[in-house]
Structures are given as C-alpha cells and as structure tokens.
Design a protein around this ligand. Sequence first.
Ligand SMILES: O=c1ccn([C@@H]2O[C@H](COP(=O)(O)O)[C@@H](O)[C@H]2O)c(=O)[nH]1
Length: 604
Amino acid sequence: VQPGSPSPIPAKLRDIQWGKLNFLHTTDTHGWLAGHLQEPSYSADWGDYISLATRMREQAESQGWDLLVIDTGDRVEGNGLYDSSDPKGKYLYDILKQQPIDLLCSGNHELYKQNTSETEFLTNVPNFMDSYIASNIDIIDPNSAKLVPLGPRFKKFTTKKQGYRIMAFGFLFDFIGNYNNTRVQRVEDAVKESWFQEAIHDDEIDLFIVLGHVPVRSEEYQAVHEEIRNARGNIPIQFFGGHFHIRDYARYDTHSSGLASGRFMETIGFLSIDDVKSTAPNFSRRYIDNNLFSFYHHTGLNETNFSTNHGRNVSHMIQHARHALDLDYVHGCAPKTLWVDRTPYPSSDSVYTWLETEVLPQSIRNPLRDGTSALAVVNTGAIRFDIFKGPFTQDSTFIVSPFTSGFKYIKDVPYTTAKRIVALLNGQTKIFTASAQHPHTSYCPLAPPEQCAYQSGNMATKDRQTAYLQRTSQQHGQAIISLEVESDPQYFPGYTTIDDAGDDGDDTIHSSVSFYQVPNVIPTLIHPHSTQVGEEDLDSSEEPSTVDLVYVDFIEPYIALAAKFSGLDVNLPQDSDVYMDGVTLTHLIENWIKKNWKCDEATS
Ligand SMILES: O=c1ccn([C@@H]2O[C@H](COP(=O)(O)O)[C@@H](O)[C@H]2O)c(=O)[nH]1
C-alpha cells in the first residue's frame, strides 16, 4: 500500500471457491495503480495485487490447479499517475508490466489519441508480447506508415498444471471515437473473418476465453457467443468484459458466462471453473474489494507473510513516481463531499450542481465576447470521480477531470435553439446513445460509463430492477439506478451487486449505496460580463435572445448532430471557434479550487 493510505475496515467476508481453473481479472483501471488514498475499501496498490496474484498462483499450483491473470483495458486516463506526467504514462507502463498478465487487450481510452495508441503499440504490446490480443484493432505503424494489427489476433496455449488447451480472443466494443491512426473493426464483422473461423474450428481446444473491453451484456458478445456456439456446440466459453465500470456477471448458458470487474482498482474479479472438461462445469465468481484485509483473508496469510519482495518493490516504484509527480501537492480543501451519481442531480451534494452554479459561471469567460451571454454545455462523462471532503491534491485534479479537451463555441445562437440542442442531447429518444437497430449499444459517448449500463436497460434481473426503479422513482422523484439490499447498521457502505448468479457476489458484505441517473450534459447560462473596468457584471434575470453556445470540444460531433436536428444552420467545425485558448475543464476546476477552497481546520 502507499504511505498514508487508509487501513481497511474489518468486515464480514464471503470466501472464494477455487476450481481447477482460476482467474483474477482487472478492468478499467485508468491509472489507479496506487489504489485509493481516500477510501479504505480500495486502498491496496498494484504492488499488493502482484503479491495477491503470486500467492494465489502458488496456492493453486500446489494443488495442481491453474491461475490466469487477465486485464481488459482502459489502463490509461483518469489518475495523476498516468495523466500528470510529460509524456503521459512516463511511469505507468513500467509499473504495469511488473504484473505477469496472461491475457490482456485494449480499451477505448488507449485509442482516443494518436500518441496513446502509438505508445500502446510501441511499448505496452512489446511489454506483454503474445499475451496482448487485438482481435479487431489495427494501427498505422508509426515506423512503416502501414496499417497493421495492434497485436496478435488470438492466442492458443496450454495451461501449466491441468494442461487445458485454450483459445483466447481479445476484442474492443464497436467503438467509433478513435483517432484516425487506428481502425476498429465491428465485432460482428470480425467474427466472420477467416482467421476467426479457423480459430474457432480448431479441434484441439478445451475452452475458449473471450476477453474484451466490451460489456458482458452486449450485442458484441452476443455475436461472439453465437458464432462459437454454432461452430462448437456446448464447448465452455468464459468471457471477461468491462467498459461500463460496473461489477456484473452474466450467465449465457450452462457452459458459458461473462465477468465484469468494476473500475479504478476498486475490484479484483475472481472466477473459477470446475471442471472445464466435465459435462456440467461449475462456474463461481467473486468481486474482491481491493484492500489488504480481503487479500489476507483469501490467501489465508497475514501482514508478516503476504507481501512478496517483488510486490513491495512495485509499491516503492509507485511511491517514487507519485513523489516525482508531486501528486500529494494540495491545491485546496473541499468543504464537503461532492458526488458524481451517489446523490440526486441537481442537489447541493452533486458535483454537477457545483460545476453549474459555481465553477462554470465564475470561470467561463472570453473577453472578446464580454457583452454576450453564453450557454456552456459540459458532458457529464467529463467528470470521472467524486470529490471527497478534505485535501484536493494534484492527483485529485486528474482523478476528477483528466481530459485535455478545450472549449469551443458557436456565436449568436438563438437561445431557444440552444436550449433545444441541450434537450436533444439529453433526450429520451436516445438518438445519441442507442438506436432502434442497436438498442443495447456499448457506445454512449456523453455520460459516465456506468450510466450507459442503465441507459441501455440491459442489466441483470431486469424485472426486479424495473419494479424497484418504478417504486423508488415515485418516492424520490428521480430514478435511482441501483438496487438496495436490506441496509444493516453493522455493515458499512459499498457495492451490493446483483447479477445473474444472485446477490452474493461481493466478497465484502456491505450496506448498499444508491446511485442516481444523471443527464448526458449539463447546461449553464452565463450572463454577460461588463466590458468597463470597475463596473459590476450585468445582472440579467431576463432570458437572452441569443447566446454563444460554448461546449467542451470532445462533444462537437454531437453538438453538430443536435444542431442539425434543431434547424440551426451551422457546419462544424468550420463555424465554431476556440472560446478560451489553451484552457481545459481540468484547468478551470483546478484554478477555481485554488481560489475558493482554502484549507482551514474545518476542511483539511
Ligand atoms: O476526451 C474524453 C474522453 C472520454 N470522455 C467521457 O468518458 C466516457 C468514456 O469513458 P470510459 O471509461 O471509456 O467508459 C465517454 O462516454 C465520455 O463521457 C470525455 O468526456 N472526454
């Protein structure tokens, strides 16, 4: 663990159930290799995870069983350890590669920017060699300028102890937001390729493993499942997924299942199959809270014999990197906790309400447009994490808002049209999220990813969810999107997952936390600033007739689409301009906090 990280709180735990074949799974770690320094439940770091995998592998192998380690992508963007260095990821890749990962693949965040995907290709793929699978991603090789596979399309191997013959694939969902130096083939098309058909017809296979940065309930995985089933009947298939940042476990049939292991190093997913070759293989899943209390419990070890030298050294590497990046530097102190979706929006504890009532009105400004009102539109997915009461550090800056998008604007838009654009972006028709042809699309580009799981309505135990949601919406006037289990004062709050195997998947027995729906975008009307020195800003209670429509440039394609539907005659990007040169949402938030959140006894 990192110095200063909080000790885990002892809790009642459910055991893991070992099988002859066992897996540890991470996904959507987004640079959180130091663990959570403000949350005891998730305070273990990548070094501790290395110790866990080593100890569990030792124990499995001593019984003649196998253990495989899997990661399903989005390892970058979302934490100071990755985002605050120059170049980004200066320390991350060396730390990541310390864990012997047996199978890994790319997420969408590895592909948003040219330099990220090129680093993936030139550094991370070689670090993991043939374990890195890219079944549907190509990249323009920066050396040859040729389009080549990002990594091998599949991996065939035999497990060390049981000798299971495995064929593994590694997919990315049908992502369309990648930079133009990469090509993502639709999964539904990739499975029709001859290399895939040959691979699934290989007779010398006991088990297929499909890993992917793909939600476990998705059209993409349905297509892979169907293709393998059609070719190979009842052969066991184990899927590992991610992207929606949720814990989830789907049973597709008696011989296949899919595990999703959360986000941000909160969860280490465990899965076992016993026995792959039997007529009725038994699958067992567990979502392990990422802390030493859980790790000691599941290995039967303790603080004197759990950590390996290698694990401890990696914790030191992380500590050194955090120190070099000055991640503990305090910019200010939050007077209270602000939540992404653990409180209704709008409300005084919502990070979005804080943004739209305080940060944006006081920070969005273009002196050249001082006489004009602005409607600032920020996508809710641009905010990645909660802000906890207390010190707001250099690390927190990137945890909350890691992206490098600036602000652009369309000038002099009729205010009614601007409001219509916002309404469309937030619309129930879901034209920007899902369509009639693809109601369960994995791509929902505006809101935080966990919201997409709820938007697509494609969750476990749907009937129970629906009944519950109807009841709670009536009670609270706003949709709550998680199920509550009985709350019990002897438990502290945390994940209480309901999946296709029931409600006993989490290792730690928690009391439940409610999650609420948030819109795709939040609009903030900013009244004109005075152009005269010393004059007060104009106070306008009246609605403006026109506004500058200001937005984070990441959402420009969706603004363009909504503008078209709203009858606004603009051609983007030609008709838009930079609103605040070189300023990102991250800068705005950091500067506002420096000015407004002083540390004193009450807040630090
Ligand atoms: O530059 C960016 C990139 C992404 N976003 C937001 O993030 C989600 C995707 O998050 P995942 O971790 O891949 O699930 C996307 O929907 C956007 O809302 C962003 O705002 N800016």
